[in-house]
Design a protein around this ligand. Structure first.
Ligand code: ADP
Length: 322
């Protein structure tokens, strides 16, 4: 009877590292691998490779492969805003990229079901996610972010005319997709405090929420509502981000504040919520967003600003998980 060591010797080193037990008895080879952190595709590949190596060997009539895996402890961060158009999706995309750049395994769910913009922001327009056994497999963006968006599930430009239960179903399918080894899911919520936010909170209980606002009063009134929705549901507020704060004229260099400055910081202070930082209004953010090339992936002042905010979010999550 062939034992663990003889079988392991037949496998390449990478596969051997994951082999937990192996034996051949009565012509059946049984191998158990540790598949922790592997996505469904990679698991299938591992199984197929093991079979290909062992099938047909002398004394082996049948190969059985089993996978065991530690459940990935995945944290969920909801990114919300009171109003639309404040740059919540832009920040969600750049935050995901900045976190990944800092070494975090992060996925992004675009839960803005009626106005999905992540396919454009992350450059995955026109791609469709595949599915295995009804489980969606996220698309990987050119910047390496696994992402799912209704924008990749329906035809571009087509209005989504879904009622509450359907949007809840779509959200669940995306949240319960094959996120592989992602340890953190960022969820880009629709603006406001509607059905999708409630489903998100009740069904998936985010570990924390980030609220995006512009500095002006009108946006802030709504941002306070968003903060209060999460607080009432017991979801901790990681902090507020002020977007479109200050504009540097690309021609004369003059700094102006079309939406005011510092409003989100003082509103956060008044609510007792942390302030995570501000992102300026710049032409390069708008252009790179439209081109599907998040600035956080490169170098420069904007990338630095996203990096600093990502570091604060990561530190908060580390503390929470400890
Ligand atoms: P929301 O998700 O809040 O509806 P988006 O992220 O879709 O907002 O942003 C709305 C528009 O504003 C987009 O065209 C985006 O490129 C632009 N935008 C967002 N943040 C900035 C910024 N800091 N500077 C310049 N343009 C921005």
């Amino acid at each position: 009877m062939m034992g663990m060591e003889e079988i392991a010797a037949l496998l390449p080193e990478q596969m051997r590292a994951r082999l937990r037990s192996a034996r051949i008895a009565g012509g059946t080879a049984t191998l158990v691998f540790d598949a922790s952190g592997l996505s469904g595709n990679v698991r299938e590949g591992l199984e197929a490779d093991a079979r290909a190596i062992l099938d047909g060997r002398e004394g082996i009539g049948q190969v059985r492969v089993a996978m065991m895996a530690d459940k990935v402890k995945r944290q969920i961060v909801a990114i919300g805003s009171g109003k639309g158009g404040v740059g919540k999706s832009t920040l969600a995309a750049n935050l995901a990229v900045a976190l990944a750049k800092a070494g975090h395994k992060v996925g992004l769910v675009d839960a803005d079901i009626y106005g999905p913009s992540q396919p454009m922001l992350l450059g995955t327009e026109g791609q469709r996610p595949q599915a295995r056994d009804k489980t969606l497999i996220p698309i990987v963006s050119p910047t390496g972010i696994p992402v799912l968006s209704v924008g990749n599930l329906v035809e571009p430009g087509r209005a989504v005319a879904w009622r509450g239960p359907m949007t809840g179903g779509a959200l669940t399918q995306m949240m319960e997709a094959d996120w592989g080894d992602a340890e953190l899911l960022l969820v880009d919520l629709p603006p406001g405090t509607g059905d999708i936010q409630l489903t998100m909170i009740q069904r998936f209980k985010p570990d924390g929420a980030v609220i995006v606002s512009t500095p002006q009063d009108l946006s802030l009134i709504d941002a306070r509502r968003a903060v209060s929705l999460f607080e009432q549901a017991g979801v901790p507020i990681i902090g507020m981000i002020e977007n479109m704060a200050g504009y540097v004229c690309p021609h004369c260099g003059e700094l102006s504040d079309p939406f005011g400055l510092g409003g989100a910081e003082s509103a956060a202070a008044a609510m007792g919520a942390p302030f995570l930082g501000r992102i300026p209004l710049t032409l390069s953010i708008r252009i790179s967003s439209d081109a599907g090339q998040p600035l956080a992936a490169g170098e420069g002042p904007e990338a630095d600003a996203f990096k600093a905010i990502a570091a604060q979010v990561a530190a908060w999550l580390d503390k929470e998980a400890a």
